[in-house]
Design a protein around this ligand. Structure first.
Ligand SMILES: *Cc1c(COP(=O)(O)O)cnc(C)c1O
Length: 510
């Protein structure tokens, strides 16, 4: 490409950028879902074979903007999209993400004389530990991932390495690294025959991680008490940890995805789990994809239950967090933090590629990302996070989360008081409900027929979007509030307006 060509493209790019920003950051007026027509048109517009000569950049731009973009949903752009936990994109993150794409830096090796990118990643990890009130020195071993799923794979992989290594070392074996010698040889050397993950209501990605890592989805065991599927049965935990010839990882759901509730209840319980895991040589992995951000709240009675739910995580061995959820940076961005220095290297090192190790020194020891994570080449995904964190600071993120929690609590109180709806899990008192609601509201309609179609009827309005799920065998709806543009009063009116109109429609149908 000649210089003139490049300049023209960049100029066009800038104009389009302006146009996109007006849509992406302006008021969101169209529905949260694309219309059936837009989807149909977008689908029909897709090219079905690659032509010999391209249609050119200009026509491609029109095709993407006019045909494909109308087929998108408002998942991240609209503050009233409450499906999954999607977050949004803050202006500071969007700006940085465009820089990332334009300059296309590959983050793989720490080469301090070639690029600043690994230093930026390292700085962003430090800022994250500040935000999460974790000790920088203890939690400096981390990396950026594609999301919480990849972080959970890393957590279980590091746990497996550590637990087996410890057991093999106790037997005096020189065969001790899973990453080096493989599962079968190390299991044998360690005198073990089973590997299990103990958890309560783990996110589906924990099972996926167990499947990928050869632990097996069937070996992810629920160890909850009888009357609460999320609370650890501490006696059962000890019983399972003590099983002969068995190695274990304890996976803590710090924020359960259906209810937004927490698996643990404060520092005393975390200390007890830590004590048991030390005694039996187990690893503690915390899946805090969105729950861990409860740590940024103030110590006030309003948030005391949430704070207790993510207290003591500093006692874990590894932690998963998501950037593209509550931190409101674009996909894809997750992070993995670990308290042990060499474990990730033992698992993920890119063997026999001496040319890829960093020969230079910058005064700070930063490991090359390709030796401590899954990919060898990857996107510079730390920059949007760095940009957003320094732009809004601790208080910016704290205020955002408080607005999300307060809106969730306003909606759950409204539902609690409403004769036609039930908040789940069922709460004894309104006070308990308020205390325990994080940024997720799970509910159902009492009318059986209506309840079966509730999520569908809500989403067809396209004013809000909720996830349909199942709770204790019955269909249920889930509202997850995670967008930076949340506005308690405005959004409360919109959500309750839709929920009320669904009931009125249902009455008319009778
Ligand atoms: C969303 C989520 C995941 C998976 O995260 P991705 O970013 O989609 O990979 C894992 N655990 C929990 C608790 C989650 O909420």
């Amino acid at each position: 490409m000649d210089a003139e060509h490049t300049t023209r493209i960049l100029k066009d790019q800038a104009a389009i950028q302006q146009q996109l920003w007006r849509t992406a950051l302006g008021p969101w007026e169209s529905g949260v879902l694309p219309s059936a027509d837009s989807l149909d048109r977008a689908r029909k517009s897709l090219k079905t074979s690659l032509v010999e000569d391209g249609i050119g950049f200009a026509e491609t731009q029109s095709h993407i903007l006019e045909d494909i973009v109308p087929g998108f949903n408002g998942g991240s752009i609209s503050p009233n999209y409450y499906g999954f936990v999607t977050g949004g994109t803050t202006p500071a993150a969007l700006f940085a993400d465009n820089v990332v794409s334009a300059y296309d830096q590959n983050v793989q090796v720490h080469l301090p004389n070639h690029s600043i990118v690994t230093d930026v990643e390292n700085a962003a990890l430090g800022l994250l530990t500040d935000l999460l009130k974790l000790d920088r020195q203890q939690w400096k071993n981390g990396t950026f991932t594609t999301g919480a799923t990849a972080s959970n794979i890393m957590g279980l992989a590091c746990g497996r390495e550590f637990v087996l290594r410890t057991a093999a070392e106790r037997k005096g074996s020189s065969v001790k690294s899973m990453g080096e010698h493989g599962y079968l040889e190390v299991l044998k050397a360690a005198g073990l025959s089973r590997f299990q993950v103990l958890s309560t209501m783990p996110h589906s990605s924990v099972g996926k991680a167990a499947g990928i890592l050869g632990i097996g989805r069937a070996n992810v065991k629920n160890i909850c008490v009888k009357d609460d599927p999320l609370q650890f049965d501490m006696a059962l935990l000890e019983e399972e940890l003590a099983q002969p010839e068995t190695a274990s990882i304890v996976a803590i759901s710090c924020g359960e995805v259906n209810t937004g509730r927490f698996a643990t209840r404060g520092i005393d319980q975390m200390k007890e789990i830590r004590r048991l895991c030390d005694e039996y040589g187990a690893w503690i992995h915390v899946d805090g994809a969105f729950g861990i951000f409860g740590r940024i709240l103030e110590d006030t009675p309003e948030f005391s239950s949430i704070k207790a739910g993510c207290e003591g995580l500093e006692l874990a061995d590894s932690i998963t967090g998501d950037g593209h959820k509550l931190l409101n940076v674009p996909y894809d961005c997750g992070f993995f933090l670990c308290r042990h220095a060499h474990v990730a290297g033992n698992v993920f090192q890119n063997a026999n590629a001496a040319y890829l190790s960093s020969g230079e020194s910058s005064g700070i020891a930063i490991p090359s990302p390709l030796n401590i994570g899954i990919e060898n080449s990857r996107r510079f995904r730390a920059l949007p996070l760095y940009s957003s964190l320094i732009s809004y600071g601790k208080s910016g993120y704290r205020e955002m989360l408080k607005r999300q929690i307060r809106l969730a609590r306003m909606i759950s109180t409204w539902l609690f008081d409403h004769p036609a709806y039930t908040v789940l899990p069922t709460y004894g008192s309104k006070k308990e409900l308020l205390q325990n609601t994080y940024m997720v509201v799970l509910f159902s309609a009492q009318d059986e027929r209506l309840n079966g179609e509730l999520a569908k009827n809500i989403n067809v309005t396209s004013k809000i979007f909720v996830s349909g799920t199942v709770w204790e065998g019955r269909p249920a709806c889930r509202i997850a509030i995670s967008n930076w543009r949340v506005d308690e009063q405005r959004d409360f009116e919109i959500v309750t307006g839709v929920l009320q109109s669904i009931l009125e429609e249902n009455e008319q149908k009778k």
